[in-house]
Design a protein around this ligand. Structure first.
Ligand code: NAD
Length: 727
């Protein structure tokens, strides 16, 4: 069984079918590419073959390159990667030229692609090398080049071909944002040629009728000019200068793939096509050899997918949820109801008063209306989803629920009361989950008659947008509850991490020190702009002060008071409190109050940093170096992640990295805190942590684990990678 097979029909059309055995989606492997190469050679040499159609034996065309193969290619070093990429280039160029005489542009054989469904990455780069692309009229199909999302860029000619086909401006959103389109939109954008009911039949007809001229790509024809202009054409100049500034503004220069992509596009536009392909391959090699792309592929593709597929799911029969009861229809409950109903799960949404429950349901109405106005949903779909949500105050409606998610006020006694009421109404084998963000699961489980069926399922706000869900095992939580939580998270299409019960679990435990470090610096008289920019220049999506404004100052005050009460004399964050309590006293509660560390206009749009900060916490004369501010902000988070691992809160560093990126936006280019520390190396990390401790105190104390690793020359992924349990 091979990935590609070829059949010749009576009219002399060779149909090459891509159908990777044992996989639901085609991905290109090196063996697969070699087979395709042989088949193309055979078809081009066979005098009875008039034309070729490349299609798929599956419902989709292809999902892309096998990213595990890319990881493997790197073993051969830069030359290995470059040679591998150039082999692909020559295969696709061979398809493009199809045996024609390059001088006369005659004698080639037409080659078309027929896409039954989704075509991504190399699954689109291959079609782009053929002479015509036919796609099935399948609105569910996604067509595009999403490579940039995992830290690489289209390196099998996709970048060069797309820019020459659409111009730099037209290709920009497809290459730089990895934008995906359905077939109709892909046709409108000029990405594919035709949308038809039966793409194989249409492609067959086309190759039988195609003329020599149909086979010549614009860039191989005489007098070709790049749409929108080349870099030194006045219009092209504007595009290239603008794109460069825009990309730098968005990425702060920390994403090597975006920079390399722009370089490949710019340099490639100045030279002939075949040289441009070579330039693309060199930049692609450069990106693949950068540790950031390894880390991003590992965390954002390989490990994210492994966690979604249940890498840490205990053995248990299928626990898919059919009916979920949600207690509390506030901000979180309403969001959880929406994502559950969208996943086809029946929802009972309970609140203390009927109008509160109704308001919770109305949140879904609002989101669906918005989706309709953006043509992302329909009235039928809206009716279907809303019909699944029953808002009520009656606990008897919970009968038949196999899962409860509790999201009432963050108050142990309120939570205990609703736990008891719900357990009286639900089946004995139902699982009860709490969405608490700060209360220990094991303590809340005391209100439950079945603590082994009690678990934490911690969502992030806003629930419909945030991709991470943290599952927390209490002391007595049993394996079936974990399996249930994981199956639920899979149904609602989010990414789970499973952690043990400890103060603030994992994500909040790491994010709070980041926020606090930023706030503490304001109190010390560090220029707030320096603080915010230092974070952004490390690739954090939001500076700590902006993030505090987003989550609200009063929440910070509440958490500070509770933490101080719990920790007593050990509490070390008084300098942080001094700053946020002072802001709270002045009513500057953050974005929702249109006043916080930042100023906001009437519509709530963020303006600059509040000028009053300077009066209340005057800037000190000696401002720190940028690197020192960055080290403080990054180590505040990363050391906490190491401690969570060391203490057994985290059991798997893959979860630590994926959770950090999806949960609080930890510099995605780095692959997460453990990947970042591996890039620094344990020895250097210890050196920095020791310096920070000497200068700023024990909150930066170097964890023993890191010290041991430095002594042994270990890395996190070397020691704990690929699912090796930390504990
Ligand atoms: P919220 O105040 O918006 O909603 C709480 C809802 O619970 C209200 O509608 C209230 O009427 C209802 N309620 C209170 N007592 C009740 C009772 N006895 N019976 C039925 N309903 C009752 O709060 P929220 O922000 O949605 O938070 C809910 C839970 O989720 C809290 O435990 C919170 O810590 C947690 N959480 C919040 C966030 C966040 O960002 N807001 C994030 C993760 C977790």
């Amino acid at each position: 069984m091979t990935d590609f097979t070829m059949k010749k029909d009576a009219d002399g059309v060779a149909i090459i079918t891509w159908d990777v055995p044992g996989k639901s989606m085609n991905v290109l492997s090196l063996d697969g590419a070699a087979t395709l190469n042989t088949l193309i050679d055979e078809a081009l040499a066979d005098a009875t073959v008039k034309g070729i159609v490349i299609t798929s034996g599956k419902k989709d065309f292809a999902g892309g390159m096998d990213l595990n193969v890319i990881a493997g290619m790197k073993q051969g070093g830069a030359q290995g990667v470059f040679d591998g990429v150039m082999t692909l280039h020559s295969l696709l160029r061979k398809i493009e030229l199809a045996g024609m005489d390059f001088k006369t542009k005659k004698g080639g054989k037409p080659i078309a692609t027929a896409l039954p469904g989704t075509a991504l990455g190399i699954g689109l780069e291959l079609p782009l090398s053929t002479h015509r692309i036919f796609a099935a009229d399948n609105p569910k199909a996604k067509i595009g080049l999403p490579e940039i999302m995992v830290g690489i860029f289209p390196g099998a000619g996709g970048t060069t071909r797309l820019v020459r086909k659409l111009g730099a401006m037209g290709a920009a959103p497809l290459l730089l944002e990895g934008k995906l389109s359905d077939p109709a939109k892909a046709k409108a954008a000029g990405l594919i040629d035709e949308v038809v009911a039966d793409p194989v039949a249409a492609a067959r007809d086309w190759v039988l009728k195609a003329t020599d001229a149909d086979l010549v790509k614009p860039w191989d024809a005489k007098g070709y000019k790049m749409p929108g202009g080349e870099p030194y054409h006045p219009a092209g100049f504007m595009t290239f200068v603008g794109a460069s500034a825009m990309v730098h503004g968005k990425t702060m220069g920390v994403y090597p793939a975006a920079k390399a992509l722009l370089s490949a596009v710019y340099e490639g536009a100045l030279v002939p096509f075949d040289t441009a392909l070579k330039i693309e391959a060199r930049w692609f090699t450069n990106v693949l050899m950068n540790p950031s792309s390894t880390a991003m592929i590992r965390s954002l593709f390989i490990n994210k997918e492994a966690l979604e597929k249940g890498a840490n799911r205990p053995e248990a029969p299928d626990q898919s949820v059919k009916k979920v009861g949600i207690l509390g229809a506030g901000m979180m409950g309403a969001g959880i109801a929406y994502v559950s109903a969208m996943a086809g799960i029946e929802v009972v949404l309970i609140d203390a008063a009927q109008d509160a429950a109704e308001r919770g349901k109305a949140y879904s109405t609002g989101l669906l209306d918005k989706a309709i106005s953006r043509r992302k949903s329909s009235e039928e779909k809206k009716a279907e989803v809303l019909a699944r949500i029953t808002p009520t105050t009656d606990y008897a409606a919970l009968s038949g629920c196999d899962l409860i998610v509790e999201a009432v006020f963050e108050d142990p006694s309120v939570k205990a009361e609703v736990t008891k009421k719900a357990e009286a109404a639900i089946p004995a084998d139902a699982i009860f989950a709490t969405n608490t963000s700060t209360l220990p699961i094991s303590d809340l489980a005391k209100a439950s008659a079945r603590p082994e069926q009690f678990i934490g399922i911690h969502f992030f706000s806003p629930v419909d947008k945030m991709l991470l869900v943290e599952i927390i095992k209490g002391r007595e939580t049993g394996p079936r509850a974990v399996a249930k939580a994981l199956d639920f998270v899979r149904q609602i299409r989010k990414t789970p991490i499973v952690v043990n019960d400890a103060r603030f679990f994992y994500a909040n435990r790491c994010i709070i020190p980041y926020l606090n470090e930023g706030i503490r610096m304001v109190g010390e008289g560090v220029n707030p702009t320096l603080i915010e920019n230092a974070a952004k220049l490390m690739g954090m999506p939001l500076g700590p002060l902006q993030l505090v404004d987003e989550t609200s100052i009063d929440l910070g005050v509440k958490i500070a008071k509770a933490t101080r009460a719990a920790m007593g004399d050990a509490y070390a964050d008084a300098p942080v409190d001094e700053v946020i309590f002072k802001l709270a006293d002045q009513g500057r509660m953050g974005r929702k109050a249109k006043a916080g560390f930042y100023d906001y206009d009437e519509a709530g749009k963020r303006q600059g940093l509040w000028s009053g900060l300077e009066q209340q916490w005057p800037e000190s004369d000696a401002q720190p170096e940028l690197t020192e501010v960055q080290h403080r902000l990054m180590f505040a988070q990363s050391l906490e992640a190491v401690r969570a691992l060391d203490e057994g809160v985290l059991e798997d560093i893959r979860e630590g990295d994926v959770g950090a990126i999806l949960g609080w936006g930890f510099a995605p280019w780095s692959g997460g805190p453990f990947s970042w520390l591996d890039m620094l190396g344990a020895a250097r990390a210890v050196e920095i942590a020791d310096d920070l401790t000497a200068k700023f105190g024990p909150r930066f104390a170097t964890p023993q684990l890191l010290r041991d690793m430095a002594a042994k020359g270990d890395s996190f992924y070397g020691r704990f990678g690929a699912g090796k349990k930390a504990a």
